[in-house]
Design a binder for this molecule. Sequence first.
Ligand SMILES: Nc1ncnc2c1ncn2[C@@H]1O[C@H](COP(=O)(O)OP(=O)(O)OP(=O)(O)O)[C@@H](O)[C@H]1O
Length: 348
Amino acid sequence: MSSTAGPGEALDNRTGPLLDVRNLCVRFPGPREGRHRSWVHAVEDVSFTIERGRTLGLVGESGSGKSTIGNALTRLVQPTSGTVRLDGQDVLAARGARARELRRRIAMVFQDPYASLDPRRTVGATVREPLDVHRMLSGRAGRKRRAAELLDLVGLVPETAARYPHELSGGQRQRVSIARALAADPDLIILDESTASLDVSVQAQIMNLLRELQDELGLTYLFVSHDLAAVEHMSHHVVVMYLGRRMETGTTDHLYSRPAHPYTQALMSAVPDTDPATERNRERILLGGDPPSPLDPPSGCVFRTRCPLAAGECAEPVPKTAVSGDHDVWCVRTEESLSPERLRRFVH
Ligand SMILES: Nc1ncnc2c1ncn2[C@@H]1O[C@H](COP(=O)(O)OP(=O)(O)OP(=O)(O)O)[C@@H](O)[C@H]1O
């Protein structure tokens, strides 16, 4: 990638990652005390890339900044600093027609399809809406045909076009949201807790549909979820977030088989084991207390106030350490394993 590109300038980036996020910071104005304004540090210095046709999972507890990242990519919130490039084009600096085109190329599917679908619009009108907004396909007949194709693509029968959201099940509604997201022919889809509100079996069906669509259409996903098992199922790479920061990143296989950050280890120890025999003997790492306030995050490692391995050095800035290949961890204590004595203090 050329470093001389100006804002909004197109680059020939077909060989680079589809999405390149660098040093993203999002701060929201917090309460004012006298003349002093405090800031919510929602996302701090987050960088990642997503290759075409791949899925990056963004995982962490509530409040770790996952949705804010998705919202920043679609410009629903204004980042404080950092860059976002899609195919080499500067998403945050784009204006006018270029901004509209970039908006078309990044779609979003939210958690609650009932809340995100207009109850007064038929499914057909909902799915056709992005075609109108982005002035795609001229003529009513062409748009209707495209809407029918999209419904078929997500496994809904053509008659669904005439129905209203309240007439559909949760899974069907989420299929409609996916059809609408696909309508403008995007390259990147941000899936923000898109399966979280569904029953487990429906969740699995929607995840399988998303994977089939990815294979068929070459889609790229940012899969935002607090659910480690769902992230493992969906993602090629994973970023583990805590209080707006990256704790650990890596390929899904590597990160799940060798989690290096005590926070990732704690998250993983809380995932129920599907085998009842091993489930009984499992040791859980319970984290004490709540995450600190994003208005006043701790210095150094922001996880240190809850970390079983914390030591004095953790109050200093934390460098990135390579675990291996593209598996990185932000922890100076990562060489320390959770010894049985240490673990005992955090296990119930
Ligand atoms: N508009 C806003 N104004 C002020 N603070 C905000 C705003 N949006 C988010 N925040 C704060 O930013 C932090 C990150 O929130 P975010 O919603 O991105 O986290 P999350 O990991 O997606 O969690 P959840 O799954 O609960 O949405 C939280 O402390 C949240 O309260």
